[in-house]
Design a protein around this ligand. Sequence first.
Ligand code: IPD
Length: 296
Amino acid sequence: MADYKPYLTEALSIARTAGAIIKNAFTNRTTLSIDLKNANDADLVTQVDRQVEQVIFSHLRSVYPSHKFVGEESVSESESKRTGLDDTPSWVVDPIDGTTNFVHGFPFVAVAIALVIKGRPVVGVVYNPIMEELFYATHGGGAFLNETPLPLPPLKPLPSLSTALVASEYGSDRAPEILDPKVRTLHKVVASPARGVRTIGSAALTMCYVARGTLDAYWEAGVHAWDVAAATVILREAGGIVVNWEKGSREENGAEVYDLCSRNVLCVRKTTGAGEGEVIVEKIRAAIEPVEYARD
Ligand code: IPD
């Protein structure tokens, strides 16, 4: 197996630098300049998102000049709006996941950095500098929160949705053809019944809480590759399942292939009972109404 540790070391180092910028700006939010993406009050970008992306890319570019760099803000400002991900090793970065939280002072805010090789995230760092939570993983090397292996004990069984704390998000698009199926899906899962529902405003952190074992399952349509790439390796290394809404083909290790550019995600934490996670995946899949988004 390839040694991804040197990449992780670089990613951790630049995530800490980015985290210091984010924390300082979070503390002094009165001077924030906020722009609307697509004239949409629910889709925000600040000068801090742009600054952090630049700082991360200029560092990683100096170390890995032959790699590709895909960031939320550079893709959003490009003409194609596509990631252009191919087989080139690529750094996929969300400078601030949870920008709305950041603007409002709601502390679920993180920088997310992933190294993706041939479509598969192999290094992931998700750092919330406000709550001092540093999640990280390498493919085959395990997942950690600060220095503690994930998932955190006690690991509980998950016999059914009725004992599950689930999470989802509405996303920023309020068009009825996007919002209505999401609300109907949420209603079906809650009515299943699920024990509780949370929506915390950061896809990356939500997946890390599933990795930690604090949340049991999460699904969303509308996510971008930069929201989920880093957390995908963290959650899989923590023994959880990360799949698409549609059933996919299998990887060599038996896991379902997850398509990073699909704009949807469904995940379940590691459980104690064999096959329990798969049962929850299929239960949520059965409730899901598809939502169409252009691929990344
Ligand atoms: C958003 C957050 C949010 C999720 C959206 C993402 P951003 O990322 O992760 O929780 O619902 O789909 O786009 O814009 O804050 O980086």
